[in-house]
Unconditional design. Sequence first.
Length: 220
Amino acid sequence: MATSTVENYLKQILLLSEGASDLVSMGALATALDVVPGSATTMVKSLAADGLAEHHLRHGVKLTAAGRRVALGVLRRHRLIETFLVEVLKMDWTEVHAEAEQLEHAISDAVLDRLDALLGHPAADPHGDPIPTRLGKLDSQVYATLATCVVATPLRIVRLTEQSGEFLQFAEQNGLRPGTRLRVGTRNLAAGLITLKKPSGRPLTLSLAAAGNILVAPAG
C-alpha cells in the first residue's frame, strides 16, 4: 500500500498535468507540495523505481498507468470526502479541503463505496471538481471561463479552480457557487475588469484574473 507521501506526490502530478499525460516540471511539483526541488527529485526517482512515474531528466515527470490508477483513487477519495463533509456533515465548503487531505489517506475502499452510494454517486464535489468514477474515469470536458466566455449569454457556474480559503469565501459572499446562473454584462480588457449580472441582486465587478478561475457552461 502506498504511503501518504507517495499518494500526495502522485495526486499532485495528476492535478498539475490536468489529468493528461503531459510532463510536469520538477519546479512546479516542488512548489505545489511546498518542498525544496531536491526533495521532489529524490521522491520522483523513488516513484520511478517503483514503476509509478517516469522521470525525464531536465524535462519533468509523468505518471505511468499504475501511478495514474493510484492517483485517481486518491483524488476520488478526496473529492467524495469533501462532498460528504458538506452535504452530510454540513461543514463550510470553504474549509473542507484540509480535512479531506487528512482523511483521504485513511478511508478504505469499502467505506468509500458506501459514501458514494449514500451521496447518490455525485459527478462533482462542492467546488465543481469532477469526481473520478470507481473505474478510474475522469471527466476532462473543457469549459470557458468568465474571462473568456461570450458576453451577454446566459451561463451557469460549473467549477471554481482557485480553492484557497480567501477565494472561496469571496465566492460565497458574492453568490458565485457552482450552479449559480448569471451572464457577463461587460468586459473591459484595458481595465482588466468584467461586470456580472445575476437574476437577482446588484451587478458585480470582478477582475479578469479572478474571472479566469470560474468555469462556466451555457445555462440551457
